[in-house]
Design a protein around this ligand. Structure first.
Ligand SMILES: [Zn+2]
Length: 261
């Protein structure tokens, strides 16, 4: 599953490649043939990310909505066009480059009103300048659910993926099983600001880095994170506890992140 920063990075990249151009759009695999026909030849105005949703804006308010899900992948290549590799759901061709998207969970055209209802369902995204953290805190402060689940619930707030979850809560000394309603505003603001800073760094370097000064060139992410999949806490050296939240791996140092109910 790509974390939120990878979708923002793709959006930024595709915006640079395509904004202001009329795109030729096709569905080599065939499953998006109708949608491709509807959008092909029309100008792409902008490419943006809302959480893990990739949005290509076209004229008249129509958008192409992509969600990669667990298995989707994006390939970029320079023109001239290459043969499609595998089942390419949608191919976007601009003046200099083509983007192929294989295996997305969602690939659809949305009319303007459908796009508004989509963005209403997505929690504020820490990487968007227009995000309203108040909306996320309003939900967190009323919830009995653990903060480790809430900050990854894309309806509450978006952007934080599985590795960032454990790392941010450790950096902010918050136990992942703290109920949302026990998280005060100051603590929430620290989580939000840290997520914003770390994800922006992730977009910049195309790598998850949660240790100050770690080099993005280190190929193994384990050398760039503090506690995710580690045995011992880098600060206190105590054992890291491993558990699951909603079926995803989570990590905590119960010495540095005491549970406050
Ligand atoms: Zn510790």
């Amino acid at each position: 599953m790509p974390e939120g920063h990878t979708i923002h990075r793709a959006a930024r990249d595709h915006h640079r490649l395509f904004a202001g151009q009329k795109l030729t759009i096709s569905s080599p695999q065939g499953r998006f043939a109708d949608g491709a026909l509807l959008l092909s030849g029309r100008p792409c105005l902008a490419v943006e990310a809302f959480g893990k949703h990739l949005i290509y804006r076209f004229d008249e308010g129509d958008v192409l909505h992509i969600h990669l899900g667990l298995f989707g992948r994006i390939r970029k290549h320079k023109l001239p066009l290459a043969e499609p590799r595998g089942a390419v759901r949608v191919r976007l061709v601009g003046d200099t480059h083509a983007i192929d998207i294989n295996g997305p969970t969602i690939c659809q055209v949305l009319a303007p009103h459908e796009f508004i209802s989509l963005t209403d369902r997505i929690g504020p995204d820490v990487l968007r300048a227009d995000a309203k953290p108040n909306l996320a805190y309003a939900r967190i402060s009323k919830s009995k659910a653990p903060i480790g689940r809430l900050i990854m619930d894309q309806a509450v707030m978006s952007g934080i993926g599985n590795i960032y979850r454990s790392e941010i809560l450790w950096r902010q000394s918050v136990h992942p099983e703290t109920p949302g309603r026990a998280v005060d505003r100051q603590t929430f603001d620290r989580i939000w600001d840290d997520a914003k800073a770390l994800l922006a760094l992730g977009v910049k370097h195309n790598a998850i880095i949660t240790i100050a000064g770690a080099r993005p060139s280190k190929s193994r992410y384990r050398e760039r994170v503090n506690i995710f999949a580690k045995d011992n806490c880098p600060t206190c050296k105590d054992a890291i506890r491993r558990f699951e939240i909603n079926g995803r791996r989570a990590f905590v140092c119960e010495t540095c992140q005491p549970l406050k109910l």
